[in-house]
Design a protein around this ligand. Structure first.
Ligand code: TXA
Ligand code: MG
Length: 313
């Protein structure tokens, strides 16, 4: 289906319009604190199928369901003590919890790709919150980018990939965190880190009072873990100290470049800039060299995305 994608703003009735479009089974991109999401009513199989079509996403890759508050999570999943600890510490916020589905959950089976678990998240962004409350139901939303490409942290990124393929985009400027949510699996005996993201692992371990294990590559649980993902069109070379040949350079700290993730070496600033800088360097059509980024705190998720961007494809 092709659309004239509406450009909506929260200040001028955009939230109500967006909620009405979702209720009609249409796709709306909306801002969260992490990245822009591509939302649909998670109970409506046709609407969810349209997400997969618009993104060109493989249907074995399940979606995150966004809720207005932690209380509504219990309608869909078997809650646990660990879920309670993490939800009370970090929701609303950039954390997604994978939990066992309850019978009669009412979510489309496409959302979960037929698994007996579902990924849930309560976003903190004021516009996302207002939309979830106005809509009054669960919203399935992957990142608002064509499958395998760089995530969107600005409406211009969303439109570059999805203009004409979705009903509307709700514009609230740049996403403050800039990296997708951290995903924690709570469907086994121990909490497992499935995807590094906008909430540092250190914060999760502090809340739980013990280390969390990272998913081994063996099971593909979060296809964001597929090695080539978040890929720009051009090739990417990591740990570069200077550009070579016709490369454009993405700097960090004192290692300068055509763009710098954070001249002061601040990882939160680097996370917020990462996808926009990759989009802009990618638009030059030249290969990209990237300065080293320390692998602690948010740096872990930044390096995870950079490694996937650099992976052979
Ligand atoms: O910050 C975010 O998480 C953004 C915003 C829009 O909320 N969303 C996002 O969605 O990054 P997406 O679809 O790009 O990534 C969701 C990841 C995928 O890697 C998917 O495989 C994983 O979550 N996932 C979803 N359901 C799962 C489940 N039941 N078990 C394990 N992984 C799951
Ligand atoms: Mg994604």
């Amino acid at each position: 289906m092709s659309f004239k994608t509406k450009h909506l703003f929260p200040q001028s009735g955009g939230i109500e319009t967006a909620a009405q479009l979702l209720a009609r089974g249409l796709l709306v991109s909306f801002p969260t604190e992490t990245v822009y999401g591509l939302g649909a009513d998670a109970r409506d199989g046709r609407a969810v199928a349209a997400i997969f079509a618009a993104k060109g996403r493989p249907s074995f890759n399940p979606l995150i369901v966004h809720l207005a508050d932690a209380g509504s999570a219990r309608r869909y999943v078997h809650w646990s003590d660990t879920a309670e600890i993490l939800a009370s510490a970090f929701w609303p916020g950039p954390l997604t919890l994978v939990l066992p589905l309850k019978d009669g959950h009412g979510l489309s089976s496409l959302v979960t790709a037929g698994l007996d678990t579902v990924a849930l998240r309560v976003p903190a962004h004021a516009t996302a919150q207002a939309l979830l409350q106005a809509f009054g139901g669960p919203v399935a939303a992957p990142s608002a980018n064509p499958s395998g490409k760089i995530s969107a942290t600005l409406v211009s990124h969303v439109l570059a990939g999805l203009d004409g393929r979705i009903a509307a985009v709700l514009d609230d400027g740049p996403c403050p965190v800039g990296l997708e949510s951290t995903i924690v699996g709570l469907n086994g005996p121990d909490a497992v880190l499935l995807r590094a993201g906008g909430l540092p692992k250190e914060a999760i371990e502090a809340a739980l009072g013990h280390p969390v294990t990272e998913a081994s590559g063996a099971e593909i649980i979060a296809p964001g873990q597929l090695s080539s993902h978040y890929a720009p069109g051009a090739s990417v070379r990591l740990n570069a100290l200077t550009a070579q040949n016709d490369e454009v350079m993405l700097g960090f700290g004192t290692i300068e470049g055509d763009l710098n993730l954070s001249p002061s070496g601040d990882l939160a600033e680097a996370a917020a800039n990462l996808f926009d800088h990759l989009h802009r360097l990618d638009a030059t059509g030249r290969p990209i060299a990237v300065a080293p980024v320390p692998n602690t705190g948010l740096g872990r998720a930044i390096n995870d995305r950079l490694q996937r961007a650099a992976a052979p494809r």
